[in-house]
Design a protein around this ligand. Structure first.
Ligand SMILES: [Zn+2]
Length: 176
């Protein structure tokens, strides 16, 4: 066992010798301050690289934003939590009636009624509680009419005022 180990050692030693020749001679010269200068240069190189990466990242972010703006808007459904919040607030503060026309029932203690729709008031991609509401099917259809939609704005804002105290989740489920 001892013999092969000794043989390996004697083989290894000469292999390491040539690698010493690859070390640049500069830092090893005795009359220079040995390590500081190269280190500072290296840091400068690193800093330049990092800055150029950041610049590239910035331009990519801008391009991505442009691409996104030009995409057709995707309809983003309301989260179950937001839906539950609307049902809860509509039930508690509007007696379950459509907050737009205030006459058609849209929900009861079991949830949304058939025909009622969660409307994205501002755009199909904006699906937060503050951007949506639960309305009857008839109102929902009429939102395509810009005059009707404009007239509905004050009802939407009034509903949002009623909703405000329940944002943040503390009082969800108060009526269940
Ligand atoms: Zn309605």
């Amino acid at each position: 066992m001892a013999a092969p180990n000794a043989a390996q050692k004697s083989e290894r030693a000469p292999k390491w010798q040539p690698s010493l020749e690859l070390v640049p001679p500069g830092p090893l010269e005795p009359n220079r301050e040995p390590e500081q200068l190269p280190l500072i240069r290296m840091l400068e190189v690193v800093r330049e690289r990092v800055e150029s990466i950041h610049a590239g990242q910035r331009s990519m972010t801008e391009e991505l934003r442009e691409i996104r703006q030009n995409l057709p808007q995707q309809r983003r459904p309301l989260s179950p939590r937001t839906q539950a919040l609307h049902v809860s607030v509509t039930l508690g503060r509007r007696n379950g009636l459509c907050p737009c026309c205030q006459s058609v029932p849209v929900c009861n203690e079991h949830g949304r009624l058939a025909g009622a729709e969660f409307d994205h008031f501002f755009s199909r991609s904006q699906n937060r509680a503050t951007q949506t509401w639960l309305v009857c099917g008839e109102c929902n259809q009429q939102f395509n009419n810009t005059e009707f939609k404009a007239a509905a704005r004050s009802a939407f804002e009034a509903y949002q005022q009623a909703l405000k105290p329940f944002l943040g989740g503390r009082q969800i489920g108060l009526w269940f």
